[in-house]
Design a protein around this ligand. Structure first.
Ligand SMILES: Cc1ncc(COP(=O)(O)O)c(C=O)c1O
Length: 365
């Protein structure tokens, strides 16, 4: 039987009656932009994450750009980030006119290497943008130490990590500002685009709130060049319902990950989870040099799989002017060449996981 990479329909079915009632209520209310559901979701999200505030925006990419602008990052500045991420991370930096400075990832967790950040700081560096990759928080304390030593801001790209924790603190609350995406495939996903910017400082959260509405406090006086970037009421109403069950959904993902850890062939490199961190497995990503053989065997058995960031951001044509070449960031190259995401969602059964593990083993035969 076919095993899908994700199961958006299955997650919908679980909440179907409540989602349909909530959406209908929004449609009938006539309040579809910046109404009570967006406010309710922002408050509930901030309480969940342990942040001072949260601001709904149109998508994660806008969230990253707005977060950078809220910190006054712009032309002439450098922002240190990783290339083993979705293109939107460095794209947001470039959107502000700043220059993304790419550093390598750690070979086990595949998240930003804090020592590489330290080595990349220059007099132009203004901020660090680590990524909580595939659902695992970045090495937040070590990155924070570099940031504090050099007076830099940290914007955490938590787009893939709703609910993950770092020493008991939620991802998205580990930097000065945190950013989420509610793209439908995310572990907390809407039914359209959506995003959120979170923060600990009241002043910064307020700045984000103004930037999302054209740089205005009162919608009459415009003090900044901002954005039109809002979460809508329909998405917010759905996300509020998902927020009630997200810890349970993440728990079921973690159980699926345990089954994979147990059933996959020994030579497969599993996702690393350092002590004190929890992974929410937005994706379960294995590594092996024979990745392409494994992927072919999976497809033959109708097991969905996907290799991520096979051309990492620093080697994308849009960043050619930065002058990078293959070999500059060896751990990134290795991850790009060997990674493969296997099916992962809260509704997978142990039998399905065994079927995927058998397909992976067949790829190595
Ligand atoms: C790590 C990361 N950053 C940023 C984004 C951008 O989010 P969005 O697609 O909502 O703009 C995504 C997801 O698409 C992502 O995975």
């Amino acid at each position: 039987m076919a095993v899908g990479l994700m199961d958006i329909k299955g997650q919908y079915a679980e909440l179907q009656d409540r989602i349909e009632a909530a959406v209908l209520a929004v449609l009938r209310s006539g309040r579809v932009i910046l109404g009570p559901n967006v406010k309710g979701f922002e408050d509930e999200a901030a309480a969940f994450l342990g942040t001072t505030g949260a601001v709904g925006v149109a998508n994660g990419t806008d969230g990253l750009t707005i977060a950078l602008r809220a910190l006054d990052v712009g032309p002439g500045d450098e922002v240190i980030t990783v290339p083993f991420t979705f293109y939107a991370t460095p794209e947001a930096i470039a959107q502000t006119g700043a220059r993304p400075v790419f550093v390598d990832i750690l070979p086990d967790t595949l998240t930003m290497d804090p020592a590489a950040v330290e080595a990349a700081v220059t007099s132009r560096t203004r901020a660090i943008m680590p990524v909580d990759l595939f659902g695992l928080p970045c090495a937040a304390d070590a990155i924070d130490a570099v940031a504090k030593a050099h007076g830099l801001a940290v914007i955490e790209d938590a787009c893939q990590a709703w609910g993950a924790t770092y020493d008991g603190r939620r991802a998205g609350g580990l930097g000065d500002l945190g950013v989420f995406s509610f793209f439908p495939t995310k572990n907390l996903g809407g039914f359209g685009d959506g995003g959120l910017v979170t923060g600990h400082s009241e002043a910064l959260v307020q700045r984000v709130r103004e930037l999302r509405f054209h740089g205005s406090k009162d919608k009459k006086t415009f003090t900044d060049i901002g954005f039109n970037s809002r979460l809508d009421e329909v998405q917010a109403a759905i996300l509020r319902l998902e927020l009630e069950v997200i810890d349970e959904w993440n728990g079921r993902r973690a159980l699926v990950a345990e089954w994979y850890d147990e059933l996959l062939p020994d030579e497969i490199v599993r996702p690393a989870v350092p002590d004190g961190l929890t992974h929410v497995y937005h994706l379960y990503v294995i590594r092996h040099p024979r990745r392409d053989d494994i992927a072919a065997a999976c497809r033959e058995r109708q097991v969905d799989c996907a290799a991520y960031y096979t051309t990492p951001a620093h080697l994308q044509p849009a960043f050619a002017d930065l002058g990078h070449k293959a070999g500059d960031l060896p751990h990134t190259d290795e991850a790009a060449a060997t990674n493969l995401a296997l099916p992962m969602h809260p509704n997978l059964t142990r039998e399905q996981v065994a079927e995927v593990a058998a397909a992976v083993a067949a790829g190595l035969a």
